[in-house]
Design a protein around this ligand. Structure first.
Ligand code: PAF
Length: 502
């Protein structure tokens, strides 16, 4: 297909859910990986676009010599099992010419570092063409490579800012046997350049978390590469960072002969940590458990820990307000949380399985009072911090992003209106065989619980300043989980923490 008309006729046949793999041609194994991810969604279709976008090349860049090899590209796309290839002319994408079309402007902070600093106007050109491709193709999914991390990040922001109903998926960099990241521009390398080029991945992959960026630059120069930049940035904000950021992107651009190469590595002081906070009844447990399972993270339900103490307080017939009695109870309080296959969690208090007992309305009624005691919070926070020391965890509660894991890579404040939470709570009680109070009473209880949680002296329920608020009224559980996965992937690449198979 070449014209917009061809594309529209094809789209009119009905191909939802549709995945778009936008490329500039010069296809290689890296693109094949993008196409394979797209086609692995068996109930949909995949279209690949081949378009060398003049807007993203600077005046002295390689627009004229960029590889154009339609026949080879078509063959490779066919072998990857895509449903259609669209290779439009400039006039199809920019009717009236690129100079006469509206252009998008990427916010300055997203392009003031890395390639954006070196290639003025490049990302404006990328954003403009991708917006046009999305408008023409109207896909449900957009598949892009993590190799161009800055491009991926900017396009994620574009999709989010314009509220486009598109899921963006990033695919890890594919490398040659010697480590060189695949790129259409590798074709430009002479045999001698090709030998030198391999120093780029070799140097980057040897970098340790504590290393200094200036040493990396020096190592690249020593290897005979001309360094354009070496920078360490926070993956989602693309702002410079140091070792205070647990997961960072160390990226470099070099010239090897006349060829410009980019590559990066993620530096990690620990596995990812995610904090999900929010008021009672916002559906945190259900979505957090499923989210954790999807990403291969351990699920930590801190609410269950506070409920366990409350359960024991009630067993021992103590007053939930009696801090002194509760403090002594904590001395021989032994809590075990065991992950069950399928994402569930078993809770044991002093060896006794209390998984369902801690969900009773009596425990629900007293948990805020018990959880407000400093001794309780200190004991459980210490236990939670120890569990998360190496990362690899998603913890859900009220003070995770503020008190327990202030350095979490992703913090979400998951909430819903009081009436929506009352509706969900009534449904949940019914399903578990409890008689729900009337809706008005439930709303009053929930509002009162919010008030207690938010006004307690010790670690009150407040949204961390760097947490993202997600209001889940009107969203399905799957939509909330997808949203969380998208937020996670904007911060933690597949390359850094691969999604488990299956
Ligand atoms: O990554 C690319 O190949 C291009 O920048 C893209 C996304 C196809 C836009 O022209």
């Amino acid at each position: 297909m070449q014209t917009a008309k061809d594309l529209h006729s094809w789209l009119a046949e009905g191909h939802a859910p549709l995945s778009l793999v936008p490329t500039m041609g010069g296809l290689h194994e890296g693109h094949v990986r993008l196409m394979r991810l797209a086609t692995s969604n068996s109930d949909g279709s995949t279209v690949v676009s081949l378009f060398v976008n003049p807007l993203q090349f600077g005046p002295s860049e390689d627009y004229d010599r960029y590889p154009r090899c339609l026949q080879e590209d078509l063959a490779l796309a066919a072998s990857a099992g895509v449903d259609a290839v669209w290779a439009p002319d400039i006039s199809e994408v920019f009717p009236g010419g690129p100079e006469h079309c509206f252009r998008l402007q990427v916010p300055a902070f997203l392009q003031s570092h890395l390639c954006g600093r070196m290639r003025p106007g490049h990302f404006d050109g990328v954003a403009t063409v991708v917006a046009r491709l999305l408008a023409l193709v109207q896909p449900d999914r957009l598949i892009l490579g993590e190799k161009d991390w800055q491009q991926l990040t900017i396009l994620r922001r574009l999709v989010a800012d314009l509220n486009l109903p598109i899921t963006l998926l990033g695919v890890p960099t594919v490398r040659e046997a010697d480590g060189l990241a695949m790129s259409s521009r590798n074709q430009y390398l002479s045999p001698e350049d090709r030998e030198r080029a391999v120093a780029l991945p070799r140097v980057l992959q040897a970098v340790r978390f504590e290393d200094d960026v200036t040493d990396v630059r020096q190592a690249l120069i020593t290897a005979g590469l001309e360094v354009e930049y070496v920078e360490r940035v926070a993956p989602a904000s693309l702002q410079p960072c140091g070792q205070e950021t647990a997961i960072s992107l160390l990226a470099a651009a070099v010239r090897c002969g006349s060829t410009r190469l980019i590559d990066h590595v993620f530096l990690m002081s620990r596995a990812p940590l995610v904090a999900i906070d929010g008021p009672a009844g916002a559906g945190k447990s259900t979505v957090t458990r499923a989210f954790a399972e999807r990403l291969g993270l351990t699920y930590l339900d801190t609410g269950a820990m506070y409920r366990s103490v409350t359960w024991l307080v009630q067993q021992r017939k103590l007053d939930p307000a009696d801090a002194v009695a509760i403090e002594s109870l904590l001395i021989d309080f032994k809590l075990d949380l065991r992950s069950l296959p399928g994402g569930g969690q078993q809770v044991l208090v002093n060896g006794e399985d209390v998984s369902s007992a801690i969900r009773s309305p009596e425990v629900t009624a007293s948990v805020s009072a018990v959880a407000a005691h400093r001794c309780v919070r200190q004991a459980l926070t210490a236990q939670q911090k120890a569990m998360g020391a190496k990362g690899g965890l998603v913890a859900e509660g009220r003070d995770i992003g503020t008190a327990v894991f202030p350095d979490a890579d992703l913090k979400v404040f998951l909430t819903a209106t009081v009436s929506e939470r009352a509706r969900r709570r009534a449904l949940d009680l019914e399903q578990r065989g409890f008689e729900p109070p009337n809706r008005q009473e439930l709303e009053t209880q929930i509002a009162e619980r919010d008030r207690m949680d938010s006004s307690r002296e010790e670690a009150p329920l407040v949204q961390a300043s760097d947490a993202l608020e997600l209001v889940t009224d009107g969203m399905t559980i799957d939509a909330v989980i997808d949203e969380l996965v998208g937020l996670f992937r904007a911060r933690v690449a597949e390359e850094a923490w691969p999604t488990p198979e299956g």
